[in-house]
Design a binder for this molecule. Sequence first.
Ligand code: ZN
Length: 445
Amino acid sequence: MIDIYGREWLEDEYLDLCSQGVIKASDVEKVKGIHGNRCERCLNQSTDWFSTFTYKGNLITYCRQCLDFKMIDDVHYLYRSKIPVQITERAGILNQDFQLSLLQQRASNFAKEILNSYSIGIIWAVCGAGKTEMMFETISLALTQQKRVCWAIPRADVVVELVPRLKQAFPNARVVGLHGNSDEKQSYADIVITTTHQLIRFYQAFDLLIIDEVDAFPYTFDEMLPRLAKKACKSKCATIYLSATPSKADQRAIKAGKLKCCLIPARYHLHALDIPKFCFSGNLESYLKKKKLPWVIKRWFKRQLCSKRRALLFVPTIEMGYRLQEAIRNCFNLEVEYVYSSDENRLKKVGDFKEGTGQFLITTMILERGVTIANIDVAIFSTEHEVYEESALVQISGRVGRNPMYPHGEIIFFHYGVTLAMDSARRQIREMNKSAKRQHLLKDG
Ligand SMILES: [Zn+2]
């Protein structure tokens, strides 16, 4: 079913839909792509992003900021649907075969309040708190009130992962996942799960916007995201941010009482978060160049091999991953798989590791978030490296102890000097445990 609600079309898309008889001229409002020094698609107003060229003697201005999505200029029009949305019948019926925990219920109530008051709020929930489920009641309520829902996430693979979960929870609702390679870009959904980029297709479409992992949006889109989000939402809209590691700016806003916040300091299974251990390992680079490992790291590997405990091994750069792989081979005569973002086999390697193949997996930051592997330890190498910001370290630490059967594991930061980020990350995790303890939430005291 083609989506004709809350959409913004380029001229050729619009003409195509007209010729199919899906929409007609009276269904849309048309605006010049760029007028009054503003790009109407990405709402960019900075002239730095505008360029010009001459076509048939006319000077044409176009927007470079949203150029990835075909060119927008001051000659062609954008077409915005005026047709009011029709939420699918009984879309709001929630098929929930589990009970929310006390804490999840607290977050769920907070989210419902945000929805009903059309305000903005953040759920700051530790890794493994079960934040997806916290949103189900609110989505159900929204759909029942004829409100359309958008769930925006930075990464396409998380979009793909979330679609079946939402479909299962809302069997009567239409759910689509939009990302660069999606073949459902034109399809209607009551619940749209999308990467940020794809928000650009919507105009005043949503009544409830959930921005998941709000701190992880690709840096280059930081500037465009708030504008695209604003444009995709109706003027009266509720916005809920979800994060385990809010940005410094959001943390300040929370402290100052400018951003409503619901803090969920404990995991679903109510065991305390494990605290990272710091271990000085000297200049790892120089050891790796000689295909060697510092003795503290060797000792750690020996222990893991003895105890047969599995571990994710994080490296800051692709090159270091290869070097570490080689050093492990040299020191322990052991073959260890390695995954990084441009590795074509990465899904298979991660899948195999999840299934239990191999004791170790070397990875770059790509496994910082989202991945859940039961009964695992985590080691970070060269933790002093600048890629390891506070939020990244908290997220990586959050890979450990997610499964209720194995609620604890070891987190070790091998370093060549403690950084501010390392300190802040450890403090943040400790604070969460303290907060959970104060509220008598934890099973392990
Ligand atoms: Zn633009």
